[in-house]
Design a protein around this ligand. Structure first.
Ligand code: PHE
Length: 350
């Protein structure tokens, strides 16, 4: 009879466990079977009513029942817990097919771009990039470039001078100062091949002139350097920056620090030389000044003009960028307006 009761409880317990669909119900079952007044616990108190010879067997059955419950309980618990976890995981799943948020990485200012383009080209031809200070002495900016005090050609570069104790210092008006510095740093070391990009300052301000702008200077000093080397170099440079079809033309000009001096034009990149509003119907656009380094300039900075010759050129990088990228007003380059800068966004962002 008692065995029958054990079997009944066992059957009930199995059904209960199968029906328990959450942890609360499962824990209620633990109380129902193993609690102080639980069905299995109570079986223990019945042992006294069992005839002696059956006690052992009965005890074993009750123990077995308790173990069964515990095993069922543990299995069910794990089952419920992993179901809970799976449900949570599926709810929190990340949809990796959703497009990501676009990361704004900013872009290079057109001046940085064009400067790097020039630097890369010249470095590939064996030049080094040379840097000079923006605050320069009158001597380096003018005197050693054949522009003594009072020289009328200084007027064209009227600039920002410092007063009083630092008299004779100014914000450099041209990167040609790099010619003097490079030669003086290189005396007795032979040939020079440098480009010097950097900021220069003049008292100008309108749509095509800014009080601060960028130039790049080139200087080559060696034995047997001629105008042909200058022309070849400038042709390579202009084709690289403005396109292979670009042609270069030299016009005689004057700079105090070069002799002979030239003004260099390129075929108009807008009309290809046919004539348009950009080139004022001439087919040509003036882009830089250049020439053979004046013997007096060589001498002043320690190079013997009977042994060495050189060429130099200088061009406005802003002007180049304006041509290349079609920028109508130089002031926008320095204006920090995102609507302008974003137009030069990195291509790989698109
Ligand atoms: N420094 C000159 C200018 O600013 C350009 C130049 C450089 C001319 C080198 C000749 C040689 O106008």
């Amino acid at each position: 009879m008692e065995n029958k009761k054990v079997l009944e409880i066992k059957e009930l317990m199995k059904n209960d466990l199968v029906d328990s669909v959450d942890m609360n119900k499962l824990n209620d079952l633990k109380v129902k079977y193993l609690g102080k007044k639980g069905l299995i616990t109570l079986l223990n108190s019945e042992i006294k009513n069992i005839p002696n010879e059956e006690k052992k067997e009965f005890g074993m059955m009750v123990n077995e029942l308790r173990n069964d419950f515990n095993n069922y309980y543990e299995n069910k618990k794990q089952e419920l817990e992993s179901a809970l976890l799976n449900e949570k995981l599926s709810k929190e799943a990340i949809d990796i097919t959703l497009p990501s948020k676009k990361i704004k990485r900013g872009s290079l200012n057109p001046m940085t771009r064009i400067t790097e383009e020039f630097e890369d080209l010249f470095v590939s031809m064996g030049y080094t990039v040379f840097e000079g200070p923006e605050l320069e002495s009158d001597e380096n900016c003018f005197q050693k470039l054949n522009l003594p005090k009072g020289h009328p050609a200084r007027d064209a570069q009227d600039t920002f001078y410092l007063k009083d104790e630092v008299e004779n210092y100014l914000l450099r008006s041209q990167t040609s100062t790099a010619q003097v510095r490079a030669m003086e740093e290189n005396i007795d070391k032979g040939p020079i091949r440098i480009v010097c990009p950097g900021k220069v300052y003049r008292r100008d301000e309108d749509a095509t002139h800014s009080h601060q702008f960028m130039q790049i200077e080139g200087l080559v000093i060696d034995k047997n350097i001629s105008m042909a080397d200058l022309k070849g170099t400038l042709e390579v440079m202009m084709k690289h920056v403005l396109g292979e079809k670009t042609e270069v033309r030299f016009r005689p000009s004057y700079f105090p620090f070069t002799e002979p001096s030239v003004e260099v034009d390129v075929t108009c990149f807008k009309c290809g030389g046919k004539g348009c509003n950009l080139c004022k119907d001439t087919g040509w656009i003036e882009v830089l000044g250049a020439g053979m380094v004046h013997p007096d300039v060589l001498t002043m900075s320690g190079y013997d003009p009977n042994v060495y010759q050189g060429f130099a050129f200088g061009t406005g990088l802003d002007r180049m960028a304006m041509f290349k990228y079609g920028i109508p007003d130089i002031r926008t380059i320095y204006g920090n307006d995102l609507r302008f800068i974003n137009q030069f966004d990195r291509k790989d962002d698109e």
